[in-house]
Design a protein around this ligand. Structure first.
Ligand code: PAF
Length: 285
């Protein structure tokens, strides 16, 4: 496995690989690799000849009061994990390599980016789509894989790929969880041991709503209330939002007649970690 820092170098290599008929698979990450990232790499590995994983803590997608500086940067151990997962090339650019002096262009995907996480973190999705499009242009993948844990991110990237006719297939992996149900995230490393013990409650709320949905509950406010009641049991977490929305991330009210993206954000009391999770509730035929 190789680690490449230069965007020109990897772009030239990938153009040559494409000309030889090689299929390129791509896993974009911000590093601090955990089992969830490894599962993304393993999902796309059988579907490509060359597997590229990028590691770049993208300053554009962090707000001014967010955790950009303390976000874990662990290239050495990431490289060992990526190699074990069958990654061929790590692309690990510096911020200056990605955003040189004079960089001004951004990509914005419209109304979906102003809702939910976009409302809570203004500018976040413009940062994500700008870097993802740039990474797509550099790595030139045939297929790229993303995790459902960031469900709105997946919907926004789908919008971009569709709207801008980007020639890449998107593959989505269901959320990978710890054995007690907490969704895997690099930010879980911030949790105190007491906060970590209460982590599973986040999925518990989603499962409670799912059970109600399976019993026939279709009222958006009721579903929200079920999740909020569950989270009220936690002494170490406050709920930032519980959203019952459609696939455009538009909040639903009253009786629901479409599929639902139920997404939640909690903030822990001591380490102030923002934990997100979601589930999709489908209508049964
Ligand atoms: O999901 C992430 O880790 C990031 O948002 C991504 C897609 C790598 C872009 O920086």
């Amino acid at each position: 496995m190789e680690i490449i820092h230069s965007s020109k170098e990897i772009q030239n290599r990938m153009i040559a690989a494409r000309a030889e008929g090689k299929r390129i698979g791509f896993v974009p990450t911000m590093g601090a690799l955990h089992t969830g990232h490894i599962a993304l790499a393993e999902k796309v590995r059988p579907d490509c000849d060359i597997l590229v994983l990028s590691i770049f803590v993208n300053p554009l997608q962090f707000g001014p009061s967010e955790d950009l500086d303390k976000y874990p940067r662990t290239l050495e151990s990431d490289a060992e994990k990526a190699q074990a997962a069958g990654v061929d090339i790590i692309f690990a650019p510096s911020p200056r390599e990605m955003y040189p002096q004079g960089f001004e262009t951004t990509v914005s995907c419209g109304s979906i980016t102003t809702r939910l996480e976009g409302a809570a973190r203004p500018g976040h999705f413009d940062g994500v789509t700008t870097v993802v499009l740039k990474l797509f242009n550099i790595v030139q993948p045939h297929v790229s894989v993303f995790g459902q844990k960031d469900a709105q991110q997946v919907l926004v990237i789908r919008r971009m790929v569709e709207d801008l006719s980007i020639p890449v297939e998107l593959d989505i992996l269901p959320t990978v969880r710890e054995s007690d149900g907490l969704a895997m995230s690099s930010r879980n490393a911030y949790l105190t041991s007491e906060e970590r013990l209460q982590g599973p409650i986040i999925q518990r709320g989603l499962l409670d709503a799912q059970e109600a949905w399976n019993r026939g509950e279709r009222n958006a406010e009721q579903l929200r209330k079920i999740v909020l009641n569950c989270y009220a049991q936690s002494s170490l977490m406050t709920t930032e939002y519980v959203s019952v929305a459609d696939y455009s991330c538009v909040e639903l009210s009253g009786e629901i007649s479409s599929e639902v993206l139920l997404s939640v954000v909690c903030r822990t009391a001591v380490s102030q970690t923002r934990l997100i999770d979601n589930s999709i509730m489908k209508l049964l035929d």
